[in-house]
Design a protein around this ligand. Structure first.
Ligand code: GLU
Length: 478
């Protein structure tokens, strides 16, 4: 087989979301698996939709996820340039060649005239097709008119690695614009030329292009190009499974996930699994395992579902599995304000306690705030805690007074603390659910925390006792 060369060909029209990255990732995996090349090509021929800064953003997103490319706009390569706006001459030459072959013509119509054709088709109940209105004597193409492909309507059968065998009739084939009157080639033309010139072996892209494939096949044929292998990746639906993924469902900028402390490997694992698995029940894959096992033919034909709870679970898994050294480095930007006044050993103890619970790194600030600042007693926490609902304020206060006495006499080491807390359970005849929730609230002012003995041992005796005193003073039965 020829060299495997795949490409990610985004248009610079804004942020890069999970759906875009999924096609990039699949293309990357296919290339890496075959020791081929993965190419970044910027499809910037629609100047009206262009958003400033997108190119940088795309590059930054790929880098952040570790999807390295072998050729691209910023690094060059043998088949460059890799920005379509820098390849206009190439499209013009191919356009001219099609004219010479009798396969393209300058479109002389104004939009007003086209509208009349459309109205007529509608009035006579016929589908509107450009090819029914080919000018008898098209003008010489001077670039001021659109250049339109002169199609050759016929049936097509083709194979898509994901969707399987597909076929269409001649009625879907029509004359379409190759080069617009502003001099820019359309996507429909430019990508075909570029994929050929860049020796792309597999075109892996979203489902929005599937209905155009027969027209592309017609153009490949006119140009005498062998079409690449096609793999059409189905849509991603929101968690409700009905609508195409929306912003609310997680169709957000991939860089936002990175900024929130989702790990590149977890994101890669999650995105790969949107519509793909290896046929087993395995859910966690390392990058290398994905490279080894990924198979376009196992991508599901039906739409994938975006489930952000699954992403959180997966990211939590990768956080728990990562080395402590790595976690320490990655967690650095996420400490709550004020943490910088504390020494590293203290912070490391805290990080060790929360590693189990962190689902994404930006949670670190909220989960660990109480280790660094003394929060004033919040009466709501006791009032709203279901486990404490059977206790009066006076009983809560009384329990905390007893706890204070026992803890004050306790060594703040985990084993001693565990013994002291158990002793308290016996003397107070309370359940752990009740008593420990109360002590936890008093000492952390947080609804949850790591294990109580561990938390107290890191907080230390003085801080814990002071906080118990404050909570006791704030509880006013009456
Ligand atoms: N520029 C197209 C897009 O951003 C690329 C489609 C393709 O991969 O061919 O959707």
């Amino acid at each position: 087989m020829n060299q495997v060369r795949t490409r990610f060909a985004p248009s610079p029209t804004g942020f890069v979301h999970v759906g875009n990255i999924r096609t990039a990732l699949y293309a990357w995996l296919v290339a890496r698996q075959a020791n081929g090349q993965f190419i970044l090509r910027l499809e910037d021929t629609d100047k009206n939709r262009e958003v400033a800064g997108s190119e940088q953003h795309i590059i930054e997103s790929l880098k952040a996820l570790g999807l390295n490319y072998d050729e691209g706009p910023d690094i060059g390569g043998k088949y460059g340039p890799y920005r379509q706006s820098e390849r206009l001459d190439i499209y013009t030459q191919w356009g001219q060649k099609l004219i010479d072959l009798g396969k393209a013509y300058a479109d002389p119509y104004t939009s007003h005239q086209v509208q009349k054709f459309r109205d007529h088709a509608k009035a006579t109940n016929k589908p509107f097709l450009y090819r029914h209105h080919r000018p008898e004597k098209p003008p010489i193409w001077d670039g001021s008119q659109p250049l339109r492909f002169k199609s050759d309507p016929k049936k097509y059968k083709w194979h898509d690695l994901i969707l399987g065998d597909l076929s269409t009739g001649p009625e879907v084939i029509d004359d379409y614009i190759l080069i617009k009157s502003d001099g820019y080639a359309t996507y429909n033309f430019a990508h075909i030329i570029d994929d050929r010139e860049m020796r792309i072996s597999h075109v892996i892209r979203g489902q929005e292009f599937i209905s155009s494939v027969p027209n592309y096949l017609n153009l490949y044929e006119s140009l005498e190009f062998t079409p690449p292998i096609f793999a059409t990746v189905p849509f991603i639906l929101g968690a409700d499974g009905r609508q195409k993924m929306s912003k609310r469902d997680g169709s957000k900028d991939v860089m936002d996930y990175i900024k929130e402390g989702f790990l590149p490997d977890a994101l890669i694992n999650f995105i790969a699994s949107l519509g793909w698995n290896d046929g087993s029940t395995q859910e966690i894959f390392s990058r290398q395992e994905l490279i080894n096992k990924f198979n376009l033919e196992k991508v599901h034909r039906s739409s994938a579902h975006f489930d952000d709870r699954r992403l959180l679970w997966m990211n939590g898994h990768f956080i728990r599995e990562m080395s402590f050294k790595d976690l320490t480095a990655r967690a650095e930007p996420y400490w709550p304000s004020g943490a910088d006044k504390f020494d590293e050993t203290y912070k490391m103890e805290i990080l060790g306690l929360v590693q189990e619970r962190l689902k994404y790194l930006a949670e670190l600030a909220e989960l660990t705030k109480f280790f660094f600042v003394d929060l004033p007693p919040n009466p709501e926490l006791i009032k709203n805690n279901k486990k404490l609902s059977a206790l009066s304020i006076a009983e809560c206060k009384n329990l905390l007074v007893q706890a204070r006495a026992v803890l004050n006499a306790c060594e703040f080491k985990i084993d001693d603390l565990t013994n002291c807390l158990n002793e308290l359970l016996e003397t107070t005849k309370q359940s752990a659910g009740v008593l420990f929730s109360l002590i936890r609230i008093a000492t952390t002012q947080a609804p949850s925390s790591p294990g109580l003995a561990e938390t107290l041992s890191v907080l230390g005796k003085q801080r814990s006792i002071n906080r118990l005193d404050q909570q006791i003073a704030a509880l006013n039965p009456g």
